[in-house]
Design a protein around this ligand. Sequence first.
Ligand code: ADP
Length: 310
Amino acid sequence: MSSIILETRDLSKQYKSQWALKHVNLRLQQGRIYGLIGKNGAGKTTLMRMIAGLGFPTGGSIFLFGKENRGGLEEEGKRIGSLIEEPALVAGMTAKENLHLQCLMKGIPNYEVEKELLELVGLQDTGKKKVKNFSLGMRQRLGIAATLIGNPELLMLDEPINGLDPAGVIEMRELIKKLSAYENKTILISSHNLPELYQVATDFIIIHEGEIREVLSHEELDERCKSYLSLEAVDVNRLATVLEEKLHTQNFQVMPDNSVKLFDCLDERERVGRVLHENDVIVTKMVVCGTSLEEYFMSVIGVKGENRDA
Ligand code: ADP
């Protein structure tokens, strides 16, 4: 069981009467990549700002590396690297000069660190090129290199793929995976784009109107979004028996409305229909169904929201 890097208990932030975060309870495990997904205004930046110590919560508590963070980040805070707003880069300097400046500001004047970090983010060949001539993707990667100074264990990246072109998105994805796989960093990365986060995250945190609506693993998300054959029959018990005994599958679920979700045989619908017919099952419906990532996300923030308001 890997260790808990970060825990929030009832973490809340109110701006006058508006809740930006409402009783957020989260636990992040070491080495995982958490995708924080929510629409604009959901509370993603606020959550990261509170964890990074860039703002003060109005309620609840934050535990970093097992210690409660009361009012200041101190030692534990140094183990966090965050890229929350625009990276603070000097446009007229090269990548290396920028990193050198950041190293000095953090009290780590070490030339080797700069070289290593530039290699890690794929900017080792930028030479004398000034940051003002970098693409957005290059600037973002340099921003990440700057957050890596001091070798933080937890990285928080707020919308790092926003505005990147497809090549930049791929580079960013590869960098994040590399940081997790080879450096065992825990990464919290926010986006309003679930399909994009899906490519990189191991876990998903769905936030809406300042509340955590769901936390689920990649496998759980796949399970909820997978395609299936929706079957209805006059006699659902007979249908289930024939699926087991004649089609030799147990990979189905009988739903409360008596429909059956069959997760096998999607490409063999004719055979399924024939076998059921031959075994006296009167099928009244057979449709391929599935939930896209966006639909699932909307169902979590939309349907639950309506229930709460009702
Ligand atoms: P996200 O990052 O998901 O787009 P934010 O965390 O930026 O969302 O914002 C969450 C909510 O808090 C929004 O409704 C936003 O308007 C509000 N908010 C954020 N910062 C402030 C602030 N400084 N003053 C007042 N309201 C704020």
